[in-house]
Design a protein around this ligand. Structure first.
Ligand SMILES: CC(C)(COP(=O)(O)OP(=O)(O)OC[C@H]1O[C@@H](n2cnc3c(N)ncnc32)[C@H](O)[C@@H]1OP(=O)(O)O)[C@@H](O)C(=O)NCCC(=O)NCCS
Length: 183
């Protein structure tokens, strides 16, 4: 099973090795991605990362990487990580990164809204969650815009780049999403 979705301005499809250079160009930007645990230093790092990610969606306990393609330029403008959690595989963790030149245009909201619909309708998920650094305000605004609820603030619970970091957990249940969708 794989991913092949459309929105008004975007295509969402599996990220592949042919995307490696474009992916490296925005993912290696250490300032824009300062709240992320992994920043590639070389193209080899990207290739190793891609080799480890799942080749199809919805396999329990795997991460899958989805490419966000801008329809008008046909370019890779970002990516979405999908973590299929646990052996029962009813929960999904999402992570989103946009090239800084394509932020603040609603692309992340548009892409994630489509992925969320797909996860609840087609993949029958029960809960979708995100783990966010409390200083990462654009990410917090993004998940709140999509209707996620703040469930937890863990203190110095993640060891990232040599520092103990706080972690916010946001989540959206299928029932919450159903209510939001019918409004
Ligand atoms: C997280 C991230 C993807 C959010 O990107 P973003 O550009 O803020 O989100 P969107 O693409 O949905 O754009 C929404 C913003 O564009 C604005 N906007 C402008 N034109 C718009 C349009 N036509 N439609 C919708 N929104 C529009 C919105 O008002 C909103 O701004 P606001 O939050 O100040 O109100 C981005 O900050 C990022 O890649 N950060 C680095 C990686 C990272 O830390 N990822 C999180 C780790 S999981």
């Amino acid at each position: 099973m794989n991913i092949n979705l459309k929105t008004e301005r975007l295509f969402l499809r599996p990220l592949t090795l042919s995307d490696a250079k474009e992916f490296f160009a925005y993912r290696s930007d250490a300032e824009t991605n300062k709240y992320q645990g992994w920043i590639p230093q070389t193209l080899d790092d990207v290739e190793a990362f891609m080799a480890k990610t799942a080749k199809q969606i919805n396999l329990p306990d795997t991460w899958f990487q989805c490419a966000v393609i801008e329809k008008k330029s046909q370019k890779l403008v970002g990516d979405i990580g999908l973590h299929f959690i646990g052996p029962e595989n009813k929960q999904l963790e999402l992570g989103c990164t946009l090239d800084k030149n394509h932020q603040n245009q609603g692309y992340a909201t548009e892409a994630l809204a489509r992925i969320i619909d797909f996860a609840f309708i087609d993949l029958n998920k029960h809960r979708i969650m995100a783990s966010i650094d409390p200083n990462n305000l654009p990410s917090i605004h993004l998940v709140e815009r999509l209707g996620f609820r703040k469930e937890a603030h863990f203190v110095k619970s993640l060891y990232i780049k040599g520092c103990w970091t706080d972690d916010l957990i946001y989540a959206l249940l299928y029932n919450d999403w159903e209510k939001l969708s019918s409004q």
